[in-house]
Design a binder for this molecule. Structure first.
Ligand code: ADP
Ligand code: 5GP
Length: 187
């Protein structure tokens, strides 16, 4: 059996990383999803414990103080972080993990697990497509949209630090490409 791998799927908000991560997880039921903790309010379709562990600011700050997180970031006024316990549980069971996290968090995972981590950056054909996708998701108001767009350029500057860059133009092709990266790494 090969050692479990950590596949970090990352990109600026709206590029399609959550959509791709979900599709890839459907193909690979043997791979776990790293459920992050966040203080962001839950969206309608989201399930606590499946999409995120939704926590209060106080609880999240306790996680930070008690060193319970592999990495964390404050993004658009909310905390997001990867719980050590979540990662440990999968690795102890010999299971690979898919992460859907921001670009800076992705680089932190690589620092923490340099041998096991594969960083995959999801790219878009152009800026207008990204804005369109964010709008089409219908999860943001004018203010939160502005905050997300303001962070996009900073995240794109880190693209060259990733092991792979996958263009998400045609969704199925992008899923196939990510799947190929995973298949190469686990075989
Ligand atoms: P992220 O997780 O990177 O913020 P999402 O996965 O939520 O992005 O995708 C943002 C929006 O774009 C969603 O409404 C999703 O359905 C849509 N989307 C994702 N990939 C594509 C694609 N290849 N073509 C068109 N729309 C897409
Ligand atoms: P959203 O609010 O759209 O679910 O997520 C906002 C951003 O936070 C996305 O880029 C998402 O990938 C990122 N994110 C989610 N969980 C984590 C995490 O545990 N750590 C870090 N660093 N970013 C995360």
């Amino acid at each position: 059996m090969t050692r479990p791998k950590l596949f970090v799927i990352s990109a600026p908000s709206g590029c399609g990383k959550t959509t791709i991560a979900r599709e890839v997880l459907r193909i690979h039921p043997e791979i776990d999803f790293s459920v992050s903790a966040t203080t962001r309010p839950r969206r309608n379709a989201e399930i606590h414990g499946k999409d995120y562990f939704f926590t209060t600011k106080e609880e999240f700050e306790r996680y930070i103080n008690e060193d319970k997180l592999v990495e964390w970031q404050k993004i658009y006024d909310y905390y997001y972080g990867t719980l050590k316990e979540e990662v440990r549980k999968s690795l102890d069971a010999g299971r690979s993990i898919i992460f859907d996290i921001d670009v800076l968090g992705a680089l932190s995972i690589k620092k923490y697990f340099p041998e096991e981590t594969i960083l995959i950056f999801i790219d878009v054909p152009n800026h207008d497509v990204l804005i369109q996708r964010l709008k089409s998701r219908q999860t943001e108001n004018e203010e939160t949209m502005k905050k997300r767009i303001a962070r996009v350029e900073i995240e794109f500057t880190q693209k060259n630090n990733f092991d792979y860059v996958v263009l998400n133009d045609d969704l199925q092709k992008a899923v196939e490409e990510v799947n190929n990266i995973i298949m190469q790494s686990i075989n």
